[in-house]
Design a protein around this ligand. Structure first.
Ligand code: 6PG
Length: 257
C-alpha cells in the first residue's frame, strides 16, 4: 500500500555549539542501529559548513569506524587536496582524527577529473558495488545522508530551475554550470536522497533564516530542499539553530534520541 512520507522532524538548538553534540549523538545512534542490523553503516556527506558540525564524533568510543562506508552527497570536481574539495574538508574536520580505513571513504576517481561523464559514471559504479547491482536495487538505500542548504534553497548540487531536478533514473549526475562555484560538480539525485532511511539537514546562522521558512512552511514553492521527502518509512530530520529558525512556523520537536 502506498504510504505518504513521514512529516519532517525539526530540532532547533540555542546555538551551533548545542547542535554539534546532539548531531553527533544522533549519528552515533544511527550507526549503532545499522551496524547491529547489517554489519555496516552507509553515509553520504556534504560540503559547505556541514563538516565542521561533525567534530563531536571524534573520540567517541562507541563508533565502529571500520564499519562505515562513506560517500559524498555532492563533490566538486577538483583534486582531493584542493581547498574546494568536500572530501578535503571532511578529512580536515573529521577523518584525519578518527581510525576510519581509507578504503571506506569513497572519493572521486582522480584519473577522470577531465571527463565529467566518466567521473559520474565511475562514482555510480562505486555505489553499485556497495549497494548491490542496479538490477537488484533500483536505488541505493543509505542509512544516513547529511545535507546542507544554500540561501537559494539548493541542496547537494541540485539548484533551483536546473534540469537535474527532473532526473528520475540516475544515481549520480554531473553538472558544469553550478551557480555556486566551482562550476563542475557531481551530485546524488533526488531518487537517491528519497530512498534513504534517514536524511538530516543541518543549517545554522541568520543567513539561512528566510530560506528555511520557505522550505519548511511553503513546500509548495518546490525549492530543491523541499523536494527531499524520503519515502516511507524513511525519515527526514532538520538540525538547525534558533537564528536559522527564527521565522519558521513549522513546529519544532524537543531533541531526543
Ligand atoms: O558542495 C557544496 O557546495 C555543498 O555540499 C552544498 O550543497 C552545501 O551543503 C550548501 O551549499 C550549503 O552550504 P553552506 O553550508 O556552506 O551554507
Amino acid at each position: 500500500m502506498h504510504h505518504p512520507p513521514n512529516p519532517p522532524i525539526l530540532y532547533s538548538f540555542q546555538s551551533a555549539s548545542d547542535l554539534g553534540p546532539a548531531l553527533a549523538a544522533f549519528i552515533a545512534k544511527a550507526q549503532k542501529e545499522s551496524v547491529e542490523k547489517k554489519g555496516r553503516f552507509t553515509l553520504a556527506l556534504s560540503g559547505g559548513s556541514l563538516p565542521k558540525h561533525l567534530k563531536g564524533l571524534i573520540g567517541n568510543p562507541a563508533i565502529k569506524w571500520d564499519k562505515w562506508q562513506v560517500f559524498y552527497a555532492d563533490e566538486r570536481v577538483v583534486p582531493l587536496d584542493h581547498p574546494d574539495s568536500n572530501h578535503g574538508l571532511c578529512k580536515t574536520e573529521l577523518f584525519q582524527h578518527v581510525p576510519i580505513p581509507a578504503e571506506n571513504i569513497h572519493t572521486l576517481d582522480q584519473t577522470l577529473l577531465n571527463d565529467l561523464e566518466g567521473l559520474a559514471d565511475a562514482y555510480e559504479k562505486e555505489l553499485i558495488r556497495e549497494f548491490a547491482s542496479k538490477v537488484t536495487a533500483r536505488f541505493p538505500v543509505f542509512d544516513l545522508i547529511l545535507l546542507g542548504i544554500g540561501p537559494d534553497g539548493h541542496t547537494c548540487s541540485l539548484f533551483p530551475g536546473h534540469e537535474l531536478l527532473a532526473e528520475e533514473n540516475g544515481w549520480v549526475a554531473f553538472l558544469e554550470d553550478s551557480p555556486k562555484p566551482p562550476p563542475k560538480r557531481i551530485t546524488l539525485t533526488f531518487p537517491v536522497l528519497n530512498h534513504a532511511t534517514r536524511v538530516a539537514f543541518v543549517a545554522t546562522g541568520e543567513s539561512k533564516v528566510d530560506v528555511l521558512s520557505t522550505i519548511l512552511d511553503k513546500p509548495e514553492e518546490g525549492l530543491p530542499a523541499s523536494r527531499v521527502k524520503p519515502a516511507y518509512p524513511g525519515q527526514l530530520y532538520w538540525f538547525v539553530d534558533n537564528s536559522a529558525s527564527a521565522k519558521v512556523q513549522y513546529s519544532a520537536s524537543s531533541f531526543k534520541l
